[in-house]
Write a protein that binds this ligand. Sequence first.
Ligand code: ZN
Length: 361
Amino acid sequence: MKSRYSLPLGKPFGIKVAVHWTFSLLIAWIVIISLARGLALPQVIMHILFVLALFVCVVLHELGHSLAAIKLGGEVSSISLLPIGGMAHLSRMPEKPRDEFLVSAAGPLVNVVIAIVLWIYLVTLQRVDIENMEFHAITRQNFALMLMAANLFIVVFNLIPAFPMDGGRLFRSALSMKLSRLRSTRIAKDIGQIFAVFFIIAGLFLNPFLVVIGFFILLGAKGEYEMIKYQEILRNTTVHDIVKTEYAELDENSSLGEAAEKLVHISDNGFVIKSDGEFTGILTKNDLINGLSIHGKDTTIKEVLQGEPEKVKTDTPLFDVYQDMQRNRKYLMPVFDGDQFKGVLDLENLHEFFLIRKATQ
Ligand SMILES: [Zn+2]
């Protein structure tokens, strides 16, 4: 989720939590629905407070996953909140079946704890009297009870054994204690798709929301399987196997105008820049175009190159590099073996490499 569309909320445990702008649509929708139902303003406010409370529970759920992941050696970059729920972005996920199981279980477990706390509050302090409670709208009387029910719903929903729900991961990690990760993912994907079809058919008769969930699961199942397949393909491949030793190069004293002229003749995403035959940096197509519009064509490449370029080592697993390049839009990266420049890694070629491997598997 791009940060410019999100409002940062804070950094609990060093994890960035941000809410996506579409969340305001959800609030607007609640206001409209509530007003259309003829509810008075205090009740509308109550409904908004309820959604906000629910989203705090969702954040806690994601923090549950995140903290468990960090504890087990993973890395979490941020948590984003969307109207459909929360998402923890793990830059490194523990892969051992047992660890993945614990990380997946930690989220729903948080909601179980919240539900228990609310239940204790209800029976001790609020002395809940369900028989005389009204349920057509959220009120001060039923707020805690409804929030408890919502948390239990989150638990049940997330335990559906299908990607992208936590249940899918729990199921896969349980299977991969016996089977390979790819095989387990495949089984989890198939079961997920059966659920999805069931949801879609049931939804046509019962509730359109189920249809949406069905499609959500269909896509999630496929996406997860494809990703694991990529991972497997790339597991035994390092940068060394795919480094491009033929590349377009320019001297750092050449002008941006000269570079622009050459650009149309090359197939790479940019140039390797050298000084006296020694590597000094990378000039991507984007750098060049930006440089031209800011500084003009007479500026030398040397002047627009910024700092020490980020390097890739030949023995890095291809999967790690691919993820990083894709996520951070690095189109061209220099490859080094120790201090020695070996060539470049082009994102375009990586895509092609994938397609070929996939087709020949
Ligand atoms: Zn979860």
